[in-house]
Write a protein that binds this ligand. Sequence first.
Ligand code: NAD
Ligand code: TDX
Length: 335
Amino acid sequence: MKRILVTGGAGFIGANFVRHMIEHSDSEITVLDKLTYAANRQSFEGISEKRLSFIAGDICDYVLVNELVPQHDAVVHFAAETHNDNSLHDPRKFLNSNVLGTFELLEAVRHHGVRLHHVSTDEVYGDLQLDDPQRFTESTPYNPSSPYSATKACSDLLVKAWVRSFGIEATLSNCSNNYGPYQHVEKFIPRQITNILAGAKPKLYGSGKNVRDWIHASDHSSAVQRILEVGDTGRTYLIGADGEKSNLEVLGMILGLMGRDTDDFELVPDRPGHDLRYAIDASALRSELGWEPQYLNLEQGLERTIHWYQQNRSWWEPAKEQTELRYRQQLHAMK
Ligand code: NAD
Ligand code: TDX
Protein backbone atom coordinates (compact mmCIF):
# COMPACT_ATOMS: atom_id res chain seq x y z
CA MET A 1 0.00 0.00 0.00
CA LYS A 2 1.94 2.90 -1.32
CA ARG A 3 -0.42 5.90 -1.08
CA ILE A 4 -2.49 6.27 2.08
CA LEU A 5 -5.09 8.93 2.81
CA VAL A 6 -5.22 9.57 6.57
CA THR A 7 -8.30 11.48 7.71
CA GLY A 8 -7.91 13.39 10.98
CA GLY A 9 -4.14 13.07 10.72
CA ALA A 10 -3.52 16.41 12.47
CA GLY A 11 -5.17 15.12 15.66
CA PHE A 12 -3.58 13.07 18.43
CA ILE A 13 -3.68 9.47 17.22
CA GLY A 14 -3.64 10.41 13.53
CA ALA A 15 -0.38 12.33 13.99
CA ASN A 16 1.16 9.43 15.93
CA PHE A 17 0.05 7.08 13.12
CA VAL A 18 1.53 9.32 10.41
CA ARG A 19 4.85 9.44 12.29
CA HIS A 20 4.74 5.66 12.80
CA MET A 21 4.09 4.98 9.08
CA ILE A 22 6.83 7.38 7.98
CA GLU A 23 9.26 5.43 10.16
CA HIS A 24 7.96 1.88 9.61
CA SER A 25 6.83 1.79 5.95
CA ASP A 26 7.66 3.38 2.60
CA SER A 27 4.12 4.76 2.17
CA GLU A 28 3.38 8.25 0.94
CA ILE A 29 0.80 9.86 3.18
CA THR A 30 -1.84 12.47 2.48
CA VAL A 31 -3.52 13.94 5.55
CA LEU A 32 -7.05 15.30 5.14
CA ASP A 33 -8.00 17.29 8.23
CA LYS A 34 -10.52 20.05 8.91
CA LEU A 35 -8.17 21.67 11.45
CA THR A 36 -10.70 21.90 14.26
CA TYR A 37 -9.58 23.11 17.69
CA ALA A 38 -8.25 19.54 18.27
CA ALA A 39 -5.75 19.66 15.38
CA ASN A 40 -2.19 20.89 15.53
CA ARG A 41 -0.02 21.19 12.42
CA GLN A 42 3.09 21.45 14.59
CA SER A 43 2.67 17.70 15.12
CA PHE A 44 4.21 17.18 11.63
CA GLU A 45 7.38 19.15 12.34
CA GLY A 46 10.45 17.41 10.94
CA ILE A 47 8.56 15.17 8.45
CA SER A 48 9.74 15.48 4.83
CA GLU A 49 7.24 16.91 2.32
CA LYS A 50 8.31 14.08 -0.03
CA ARG A 51 6.47 11.62 2.23
CA LEU A 52 3.61 13.78 3.58
CA SER A 53 1.10 16.11 1.89
CA PHE A 54 -1.46 18.04 3.86
CA ILE A 55 -4.96 19.01 2.68
CA ALA A 56 -7.08 21.24 4.92
CA GLY A 57 -10.65 20.10 4.35
CA ASP A 58 -13.77 18.40 5.67
CA ILE A 59 -14.60 14.70 5.25
CA CYS A 60 -18.21 15.88 4.75
CA ASP A 61 -17.12 17.69 1.55
CA TYR A 62 -18.38 15.33 -1.19
CA VAL A 63 -16.40 16.95 -4.02
CA LEU A 64 -13.09 17.03 -2.15
CA VAL A 65 -13.46 13.48 -0.83
CA ASN A 66 -14.27 12.14 -4.30
CA GLU A 67 -11.24 13.90 -5.73
CA LEU A 68 -8.85 12.58 -3.07
CA VAL A 69 -10.00 9.01 -2.45
CA PRO A 70 -9.26 7.65 -6.00
CA GLN A 71 -5.70 9.01 -5.79
CA HIS A 72 -4.94 6.56 -2.94
CA ASP A 73 -4.59 2.80 -2.35
CA ALA A 74 -6.18 2.97 1.12
CA VAL A 75 -7.99 5.33 3.46
CA VAL A 76 -7.32 5.18 7.21
CA HIS A 77 -10.15 7.04 8.89
CA PHE A 78 -9.36 8.75 12.21
CA ALA A 79 -11.25 12.05 11.70
CA ALA A 80 -13.91 12.63 14.34
CA GLU A 81 -15.10 14.85 17.12
CA THR A 82 -13.71 12.89 20.05
CA HIS A 83 -14.28 14.49 23.42
CA ASN A 84 -17.11 13.09 25.56
CA ASP A 85 -17.50 16.26 27.64
CA ASN A 86 -17.97 18.36 24.48
CA SER A 87 -20.53 15.90 23.12
CA LEU A 88 -22.68 16.52 26.20
CA HIS A 89 -22.76 20.27 25.50
CA ASP A 90 -22.72 20.48 21.67
CA PRO A 91 -23.64 17.12 20.09
CA ARG A 92 -24.50 18.40 16.57
CA LYS A 93 -20.86 18.52 15.44
CA PHE A 94 -20.51 14.88 16.48
CA LEU A 95 -23.40 13.81 14.27
CA ASN A 96 -21.98 15.76 11.33
CA SER A 97 -18.34 14.66 11.43
CA ASN A 98 -18.67 11.18 12.92
CA VAL A 99 -21.80 9.97 11.13
CA LEU A 100 -22.23 12.03 7.95
CA GLY A 101 -18.46 12.30 7.43
CA THR A 102 -18.06 8.52 7.65
CA PHE A 103 -20.98 8.14 5.23
CA GLU A 104 -19.24 10.37 2.63
CA LEU A 105 -16.03 8.33 2.92
CA LEU A 106 -17.96 5.06 2.58
CA GLU A 107 -19.66 6.24 -0.58
CA ALA A 108 -16.34 7.39 -2.01
CA VAL A 109 -14.47 4.12 -1.28
CA ARG A 110 -17.43 2.21 -2.70
CA HIS A 111 -17.49 4.14 -5.96
CA HIS A 112 -13.73 4.17 -6.42
CA GLY A 113 -12.95 0.66 -5.09
CA VAL A 114 -10.48 1.80 -2.43
CA ARG A 115 -9.56 -0.10 0.77
CA LEU A 116 -10.77 1.48 4.05
CA HIS A 117 -9.72 1.06 7.66
CA HIS A 118 -12.19 2.61 10.10
CA VAL A 119 -10.78 3.61 13.51
CA SER A 120 -13.20 3.35 16.42
CA THR A 121 -13.41 3.09 20.17
CA ASP A 122 -14.22 0.58 22.92
CA GLU A 123 -16.85 3.06 24.16
CA VAL A 124 -19.33 1.65 21.62
CA TYR A 125 -19.76 -1.32 23.99
CA GLY A 126 -20.90 0.82 26.94
CA ASP A 127 -19.30 0.15 30.31
CA LEU A 128 -18.52 -2.75 32.66
CA GLN A 129 -18.91 -3.13 36.41
CA LEU A 130 -15.65 -2.87 38.37
CA ASP A 131 -15.82 -6.54 39.43
CA ASP A 132 -17.02 -7.96 36.09
CA PRO A 133 -14.56 -10.71 35.03
CA GLN A 134 -15.54 -10.18 31.36
CA ARG A 135 -13.77 -7.83 29.00
CA PHE A 136 -15.02 -6.46 25.66
CA THR A 137 -14.62 -8.76 22.65
CA GLU A 138 -15.71 -8.30 19.04
CA SER A 139 -19.00 -10.08 19.87
CA THR A 140 -19.93 -7.80 22.80
CA PRO A 141 -23.27 -6.09 21.96
CA TYR A 142 -23.20 -2.37 21.22
CA ASN A 143 -24.53 -0.23 24.10
CA PRO A 144 -23.08 3.31 23.87
CA SER A 145 -23.72 5.82 26.68
CA SER A 146 -22.72 9.30 25.48
CA PRO A 147 -23.56 11.31 22.35
CA TYR A 148 -19.91 10.80 21.30
CA SER A 149 -19.96 7.02 21.70
CA ALA A 150 -23.40 6.78 20.08
CA THR A 151 -22.09 8.55 16.96
CA LYS A 152 -19.03 6.28 16.86
CA ALA A 153 -21.31 3.23 17.20
CA CYS A 154 -23.41 4.59 14.36
CA SER A 155 -20.34 5.05 12.15
CA ASP A 156 -19.19 1.47 12.89
CA LEU A 157 -22.61 0.11 11.91
CA LEU A 158 -22.53 2.08 8.66
CA VAL A 159 -19.14 0.54 7.81
CA LYS A 160 -20.43 -2.98 8.60
CA ALA A 161 -23.52 -2.37 6.43
CA TRP A 162 -21.40 -1.11 3.51
CA VAL A 163 -19.23 -4.26 3.75
CA ARG A 164 -22.26 -6.56 3.74
CA SER A 165 -24.48 -4.71 1.25
CA PHE A 166 -21.92 -3.32 -1.19
CA GLY A 167 -18.90 -5.55 -0.60
CA ILE A 168 -16.48 -2.71 0.13
CA GLU A 169 -13.03 -3.80 1.29
CA ALA A 170 -13.00 -2.50 4.86
CA THR A 171 -11.72 -3.42 8.31
CA LEU A 172 -12.61 -1.88 11.68
CA SER A 173 -10.80 -1.51 14.98
CA ASN A 174 -12.09 -0.56 18.42
CA CYS A 175 -9.31 0.62 20.69
CA SER A 176 -9.11 1.48 24.38
CA ASN A 177 -7.94 4.83 25.86
CA ASN A 178 -4.77 6.17 24.25
CA TYR A 179 -2.03 8.26 25.83
CA GLY A 180 1.28 9.63 24.59
CA PRO A 181 2.72 12.72 22.86
CA TYR A 182 0.61 15.15 20.77
CA GLN A 183 -2.62 14.59 22.78
CA HIS A 184 -4.86 17.64 23.22
CA VAL A 185 -4.83 19.19 26.71
CA GLU A 186 -8.57 18.61 27.12
CA LYS A 187 -8.03 14.86 27.66
CA PHE A 188 -7.45 13.38 31.13
CA ILE A 189 -3.70 12.63 31.15
CA PRO A 190 -2.39 15.75 29.33
CA ARG A 191 -4.87 17.95 31.20
CA GLN A 192 -3.41 16.88 34.54
CA ILE A 193 0.24 17.01 33.41
CA THR A 194 -0.20 20.51 31.98
CA ASN A 195 -2.22 21.69 34.99
CA ILE A 196 0.76 20.79 37.17
CA LEU A 197 3.20 22.44 34.72
CA ALA A 198 0.98 25.57 34.65
CA GLY A 199 0.78 25.76 38.47
CA ALA A 200 -2.88 24.60 38.74
CA LYS A 201 -4.26 21.59 40.58
CA PRO A 202 -5.25 18.42 38.67
CA LYS A 203 -9.02 17.87 38.42
CA LEU A 204 -10.52 14.46 39.18
CA TYR A 205 -14.14 13.68 38.26
CA GLY A 206 -16.38 12.09 40.91
CA SER A 207 -14.57 9.63 43.15
CA GLY A 208 -11.82 8.71 40.67
CA LYS A 209 -12.80 5.03 40.83
CA ASN A 210 -13.62 4.87 37.09
CA VAL A 211 -11.31 2.52 35.22
CA ARG A 212 -9.78 3.07 31.79
CA ASP A 213 -7.65 0.54 29.84
CA TRP A 214 -4.61 2.56 28.73
CA ILE A 215 -2.57 1.93 25.57
CA HIS A 216 0.26 4.04 24.17
CA ALA A 217 -0.64 5.71 20.84
CA SER A 218 2.41 4.15 19.15
CA ASP A 219 1.06 0.67 20.01
CA HIS A 220 -2.33 1.66 18.57
CA SER A 221 -0.50 2.78 15.42
CA SER A 222 1.41 -0.49 15.00
CA ALA A 223 -1.88 -2.41 15.44
CA VAL A 224 -3.61 -0.34 12.75
CA GLN A 225 -0.67 -0.89 10.39
CA ARG A 226 -0.85 -4.66 10.98
CA ILE A 227 -4.63 -4.72 10.33
CA LEU A 228 -4.22 -2.59 7.22
CA GLU A 229 -1.59 -4.95 5.85
CA VAL A 230 -2.92 -8.40 6.83
CA GLY A 231 -6.39 -7.97 8.41
CA ASP A 232 -9.39 -9.84 6.96
CA THR A 233 -11.95 -7.77 5.08
CA GLY A 234 -15.11 -7.15 7.08
CA ARG A 235 -13.44 -8.04 10.39
CA THR A 236 -13.43 -6.00 13.57
CA TYR A 237 -10.27 -6.13 15.68
CA LEU A 238 -10.19 -4.97 19.30
CA ILE A 239 -6.99 -3.16 20.25
CA GLY A 240 -5.80 -2.95 23.85
CA ALA A 241 -2.68 -3.57 25.93
CA ASP A 242 -4.00 -4.87 29.30
CA GLY A 243 -3.59 -1.41 30.87
CA GLU A 244 -6.55 -1.18 33.26
CA LYS A 245 -6.10 1.46 35.98
CA SER A 246 -8.48 3.65 37.97
CA ASN A 247 -8.30 7.39 37.30
CA LEU A 248 -7.16 7.85 40.90
CA GLU A 249 -4.25 5.44 40.36
CA VAL A 250 -3.20 7.18 37.12
CA LEU A 251 -3.38 10.61 38.73
CA GLY A 252 -1.34 9.31 41.70
CA MET A 253 1.37 8.12 39.28
CA ILE A 254 1.46 11.48 37.47
CA LEU A 255 1.68 13.43 40.74
CA GLY A 256 4.40 11.12 42.07
CA LEU A 257 6.44 11.30 38.84
CA MET A 258 6.18 15.11 38.91
CA GLY A 259 7.36 15.34 42.53
CA ARG A 260 3.98 16.25 44.09
CA ASP A 261 2.04 14.73 46.97
CA THR A 262 -0.38 12.10 45.68
CA ASP A 263 -3.33 13.92 47.29
CA ASP A 264 -2.48 17.29 45.71
CA PHE A 265 -5.54 17.45 43.41
CA GLU A 266 -9.09 18.80 43.35
CA LEU A 267 -12.27 16.68 43.19
CA VAL A 268 -14.72 18.24 40.71
CA PRO A 269 -18.33 17.33 39.82
CA ASP A 270 -18.68 14.07 37.90
CA ARG A 271 -19.37 13.84 34.15
CA PRO A 272 -23.10 13.07 33.58
CA GLY A 273 -23.54 9.44 32.48
CA HIS A 274 -19.84 8.77 33.20
CA ASP A 275 -18.90 5.24 32.05
CA LEU A 276 -17.52 3.21 34.96
CA ARG A 277 -15.05 0.82 33.36
CA TYR A 278 -13.70 -0.15 29.94
CA ALA A 279 -11.58 -3.28 29.38
CA ILE A 280 -10.43 -4.82 26.09
CA ASP A 281 -9.65 -8.44 25.29
CA ALA A 282 -7.20 -8.10 22.38
CA SER A 283 -6.28 -11.80 22.18
CA ALA A 284 -7.64 -12.18 18.61
CA LEU A 285 -5.35 -9.41 17.35
CA ARG A 286 -2.39 -10.99 19.12
CA SER A 287 -3.03 -14.61 18.09
CA GLU A 288 -4.34 -14.05 14.54
CA LEU A 289 -2.21 -11.11 13.40
CA GLY A 290 0.81 -11.61 15.68
CA TRP A 291 0.63 -8.06 17.07
CA GLU A 292 2.31 -7.23 20.39
CA PRO A 293 2.36 -3.87 22.21
CA GLN A 294 5.76 -2.37 23.08
CA TYR A 295 4.64 -0.27 26.07
CA LEU A 296 3.93 -2.74 28.88
CA ASN A 297 4.52 -0.47 31.87
CA LEU A 298 2.13 2.48 32.23
CA GLU A 299 4.32 4.31 34.72
CA GLN A 300 7.28 4.28 32.29
CA GLY A 301 5.02 5.41 29.44
CA LEU A 302 3.67 8.22 31.62
CA GLU A 303 7.19 9.30 32.56
CA ARG A 304 8.09 9.67 28.86
CA THR A 305 4.80 11.46 28.18
CA ILE A 306 5.39 13.91 31.04
CA HIS A 307 8.90 14.54 29.66
CA TRP A 308 7.40 15.27 26.22
CA TYR A 309 4.96 17.86 27.62
CA GLN A 310 7.81 19.44 29.63
CA GLN A 311 9.95 19.71 26.48
CA ASN A 312 7.17 20.84 24.10
CA ARG A 313 5.43 23.73 25.86
CA SER A 314 5.02 25.64 22.58
CA TRP A 315 2.94 22.74 21.24
CA TRP A 316 0.33 22.80 24.05
CA GLU A 317 0.48 26.20 25.75
CA PRO A 318 -1.59 28.08 23.09
CA ALA A 319 -4.59 25.76 23.70
CA LYS A 320 -4.39 25.57 27.49
CA GLU A 321 -6.19 28.73 28.60
CA GLN A 322 -9.06 28.32 26.13
CA THR A 323 -9.51 24.67 27.15
CA GLU A 324 -9.74 25.48 30.86
CA LEU A 325 -12.16 28.33 30.07
CA ARG A 326 -14.34 25.85 28.16
CA TYR A 327 -14.28 23.50 31.16
CA ARG A 328 -15.39 26.32 33.49
CA GLN A 329 -18.23 27.24 31.10
CA GLN A 330 -19.36 23.61 30.85
CA LEU A 331 -19.34 23.30 34.65
CA HIS A 332 -21.39 26.47 34.92
CA ALA A 333 -23.91 25.16 32.33
CA MET A 334 -24.34 21.95 34.38
CA LYS A 335 -25.43 23.87 37.51
P1 NAD B 1 -8.49 14.17 18.13
O1 NAD B 1 -9.69 14.89 18.61
O2 NAD B 1 -7.17 14.42 18.77
O3 NAD B 1 -8.29 14.43 16.56
C1 NAD B 1 -9.35 14.38 15.64
C2 NAD B 1 -8.90 15.03 14.35
O4 NAD B 1 -9.98 14.93 13.39
C3 NAD B 1 -8.57 16.53 14.50
O5 NAD B 1 -7.35 16.82 13.88
C4 NAD B 1 -9.73 17.22 13.77
O6 NAD B 1 -9.36 18.45 13.18
C5 NAD B 1 -10.11 16.17 12.73
N1 NAD B 1 -11.51 16.31 12.28
C6 NAD B 1 -12.62 16.38 13.05
N2 NAD B 1 -13.72 16.52 12.27
C7 NAD B 1 -13.28 16.49 10.99
C8 NAD B 1 -13.92 16.58 9.72
N3 NAD B 1 -15.26 16.73 9.63
N4 NAD B 1 -13.17 16.52 8.59
C9 NAD B 1 -11.82 16.38 8.67
N5 NAD B 1 -11.15 16.31 9.83
C10 NAD B 1 -11.88 16.36 10.98
O7 NAD B 1 -8.86 12.63 18.19
P2 NAD B 1 -7.99 11.34 18.54
O8 NAD B 1 -7.98 11.15 20.00
O9 NAD B 1 -6.72 11.41 17.78
O10 NAD B 1 -8.92 10.19 17.93
C11 NAD B 1 -8.77 9.79 16.57
C12 NAD B 1 -9.74 8.64 16.27
O11 NAD B 1 -9.46 7.56 17.14
C13 NAD B 1 -11.21 9.01 16.49
O12 NAD B 1 -11.97 8.40 15.46
C14 NAD B 1 -11.54 8.40 17.85
O13 NAD B 1 -12.91 8.06 17.94
C15 NAD B 1 -10.66 7.17 17.83
N6 NAD B 1 -10.24 6.70 19.17
C16 NAD B 1 -9.65 7.53 20.06
C17 NAD B 1 -9.22 7.05 21.30
C18 NAD B 1 -8.53 7.93 22.33
O14 NAD B 1 -8.22 7.45 23.42
N7 NAD B 1 -8.24 9.18 22.03
C19 NAD B 1 -9.42 5.69 21.60
C20 NAD B 1 -10.03 4.86 20.66
C21 NAD B 1 -10.42 5.38 19.43
O1 TDX C 1 -10.24 16.48 33.93
C1 TDX C 1 -10.63 15.31 33.85
N1 TDX C 1 -10.78 14.58 34.99
C2 TDX C 1 -11.19 13.28 34.99
O2 TDX C 1 -11.30 12.66 36.06
C3 TDX C 1 -10.91 14.67 32.58
C4 TDX C 1 -10.76 15.43 31.30
C5 TDX C 1 -11.30 13.35 32.60
N2 TDX C 1 -11.45 12.67 33.76
C6 TDX C 1 -11.83 11.24 33.72
C7 TDX C 1 -13.02 10.88 32.85
C8 TDX C 1 -12.67 9.48 32.36
O3 TDX C 1 -13.07 8.52 33.32
O4 TDX C 1 -10.72 10.55 33.13
C9 TDX C 1 -11.15 9.48 32.27
C10 TDX C 1 -10.62 9.72 30.87
O5 TDX C 1 -11.30 10.86 30.35
P1 TDX C 1 -11.08 11.39 28.85
O6 TDX C 1 -9.63 11.66 28.63
O7 TDX C 1 -12.06 12.46 28.59
O8 TDX C 1 -11.38 10.06 27.99
P2 TDX C 1 -12.68 9.12 27.84
O9 TDX C 1 -13.93 9.85 28.14
O10 TDX C 1 -12.39 7.84 28.58
O11 TDX C 1 -12.63 8.85 26.26
C11 TDX C 1 -11.36 8.64 25.60
O12 TDX C 1 -11.15 7.28 25.30
C12 TDX C 1 -11.95 6.71 24.30
C13 TDX C 1 -11.26 9.48 24.33
O13 TDX C 1 -11.48 10.84 24.64
C14 TDX C 1 -12.24 8.98 23.30
O14 TDX C 1 -12.09 9.72 22.09
C15 TDX C 1 -11.95 7.54 23.04
O15 TDX C 1 -12.89 7.02 22.14
